[in-house]
Design a protein around this ligand. Structure first.
Ligand code: NDP
Length: 293
């Protein structure tokens, strides 16, 4: 039997993708188009290659069109910008994503800035960050968006809850804090200069750890009954074997938490599902049709 305390992101993401596939089928039938996602990979980073392959496969599995652009590691910034410009203008492409990191001759910020905000399915463009901060209709970064859906599924209304987000990156921590604020949580953002991290975390009804430090959050930091969301993906050596662990020390936090995401199988699988969801949203907006039920 399934442990009800464990938040099963894998199953949740599968459910989301099944719904997406139905929505895509409806769009095709009623409006004669399918959403298209272009993924650009520059170079040979092994982790990035796996991500790009998974994104392409899941895009196709949902019935959407997948456009993969694999560029040589020596590609110039000008050539990459030219490709982005072509994709911005291509009506079949509703979402554009450039897999980060990019090789060092390319400024990642210049690439993010060049993507049409309405096709920016990663939600990293300053216009989308601004829309998230000011209540506008933008595209929301996939990983924090996935965390929010898991939290709402578990807790329902989040209003008034005290949330502590550990990490303030533009791709996870900051948008996560913004999303929780939009749900009327009281939000604390902790980072490397935070004075008493365990003390801050002890006040939290909701803990989101996005730090990049293996098993940093300990059980005695967790308030009894808190919900713990672990964004971390850290590869460590244990007993001579490679192992994937989160930013949360699962063994010690599990007994204190009312619900907790495992690594792997928690937040990780949500990210691509939300990427596809963003592509669907972007496509419907570009075609000026309502999002299918
Ligand atoms: P970054 O390295 O960009 O940000 C890490 C943040 O953690 C920074 O704000 C940093 O603070 C803070 N930090 C570092 N050390 C400490 C500390 N000792 N105490 C408190 N805060 C600290 O990482 P990302 O946000 O990109 O990613 C975070 C984690 O999430 C990583 O493990 C990454 O692999 C994972 N991840 C998972 C995804 C998924 O599930 N699909 C997607 C994206 C990321 P400061 O700002 O002061 O330096």
């Amino acid at each position: 039997a399934k442990d009800p305390k464990v938040i099963d992101g894998k199953a949740f993401a599968e459910g989301l993708r099944a719904k997406l596939a139905r929505q895509v089928a409806t769009l095709k039938e009623k409006h004669g188009f399918v959403p298209g996602l272009a993924v650009v990979l520059v170079g040979e980073d092994p982790a990035s290659k796996v991500y790009v392959r998974n994104k392409g496969e899941q895009t196709k599995a949902s019935g959407m069109a997948s456009f993969e652009h694999k560029l040589d590691a020596a590609t110039s910034q000008a050539d990459l910008l030219a490709l982005i410009d072509t994709l911005n203008k291509d009506p079949k492409v509703n979402g554009i994503l450039c897999q980060l990191p990019v090789p060092k001759q390319i400024d990642p910020q210049a690439i993010i800035d060049a993507i049409d905000p309405d096709k920016d399915v990663d939600g990293f463009h300053v216009v989308n960050a601004g829309r998230l901060a000011t209540g506008g209709k933008g595209l929301v970064p996939c990983t924090p968006y996935g965390c929010l859906l898991l939290l709402k599924d578990r807790l329902g209304d989040l209003a008034g809850k005290h949330a502590v987000v550990i990490g303030r990156s533009n791709i996870v921590g900051k948008p996560m804090a913004q999303l929780l604020l939009n749900e009327s949580c009281t939000v604390t953002i902790a980072h490397s200069k935070t004075k008493d991290l365990p003390g801050e975390v002890r006040r939290a009804d909701i803990v989101v750890a996005a730090v990049g430090r293996p098993e940093m959050v300990k059980g005695d930091w967790i308030k009894e009954g808190a919900v713990v969301i672990d964004v971390g993906i850290n590869r460590i050596e244990k007993d001579g074997k490679g192992k994937l662990v989160g930013d949360v020390d699962y063994a010690s936090c599990y007994p204190k938490a009312s619900a907790i995401t495992p690594v792997p199988g928690g937040v990780g699988p949500m990210t691509i599902a939300l990427l596809l969801n963003n592509t669907l949203i972007a496509a419907c907006r570009q075609h000026k049709v309502a999002l299918p039920e």
